[in-house]
Design a protein around this ligand. Structure first.
Ligand code: APR
Length: 248
């Protein structure tokens, strides 16, 4: 399906959104896969894994410093604004947003509650898992020396690296299992567990529940067959006006 009318959200119904790199593409954030998995001459796994950080923390911080500097220059697009509007209309009981993106564009677009399952570019934490210091907001993007926690250990980006477990999966799954409509936007459907969330909706349909799932993005994702509808297009063009909240 690539033509579409509005999708109705009925009174009392709730929606869960899962967003991926595609929603930030029109804002100018390059994805890992755009760059064919390479940064400068390095494989992304070298700069985005616990092993990579242990081997060369300076390289890893240089990578994230560059990404932070780039993220500071971009602005949200109409897709981010559309989701913020829907959150305002539906409220926290009926709207839930989880993103795989580490950028801050949902918040910059006005979203209040965003679950960053892969962490956040503008947060830093202590690399010692036993240190009580909490992750903190951090826009630094120039590191003359490696940043250290007051406990003495190195600080690290608050990012879920390859081989690490995404944040808040329990909450996300619970919300998906309770929603009436699940919408994925701009995610190639290859990185799990995010790509598997739509299967919860299939399972519920098999149990006789009348729930729906929709994908919005530029091309068919790997997991396209699991969705009830696939709407092809740019997120910033498709999302504004896609949803009609009945009784609002
Ligand atoms: N609007 C909608 N979709 C778009 C747009 C756009 N303007 N531009 C690109 N896309 C689509 C692409 O067609 C692609 O299917 O967005 C998807 C982006 O896919 P990926 O780059 O694989 O991003 P994502 O699925 O979010 O990656 C998941 O993998 O790299 C790791 O941890 C990183 O969170 C990331 C995760």
């Amino acid at each position: 399906m690539d033509t579409h009318g509005p999708i109705d959200i009925e009174p009392g119904h709730s929606v869960v959104f899962l967003t991926g790199a595609g929603i930030s593409a029109e804002s100018g954030i390059r994805t890992f896969r755009d760059a064919r998995g390479l940064w400068e001459e390095h494989r992304v796994e070298e700069v985005a894994s616990p092993e990579g950080f242990a081997a060369d923390p300076a390289l890893v911080w240089r990578f994230y410093a560059q990404r932070r500097a780039q993220a500071l220059t971009v602005a949200p697009n109409p897709a981010h604004h559309a989701l913020a509007d829907l959150e305002r209309t539906l409220g926290p009981e009926r709207f839930f947003l989880a993103t795989q993106n580490v950028d801050h564009l949902h918040e910059a677009g006005g979203s209040k509650d965003v679950v960053h399952m892969h962490g956040e570019l503008f947060r830093t934490r202590c690399s010692d898992e036993d240190c009580p210091t909490l992750p903190f907001h951090d826009e630094r993007h120039d590191f003359p020396t490696l940043p250290r926690c007051s406990c003495g250990a190195l600080q690290r980006p608050h990012i879920v690296w390859f081989g690490e477990i995404p944040f808040e999966m329990h909450t996300i799954k619970r919300r998906v299992q309770a929603c009436d409509l699940f919408v994925t936007v701009g995610s190639s459907g290859v990185v799990y567990p995010a790509a598997g969330l739509v299967r919860e909706m299939l399972y519920r349909q098999e149990q006789g529940e009348r729930v729906r799932s929709v994908y919005v993005g530029l091309e068919r994702p790997e997991n396209a067959n699991a969705f009830d509808a696939v709407i092809l297009g740019k997120a910033g063009e498709v999302l504004p006006g896609l949803f009609r909240v009945l009784g609002a």
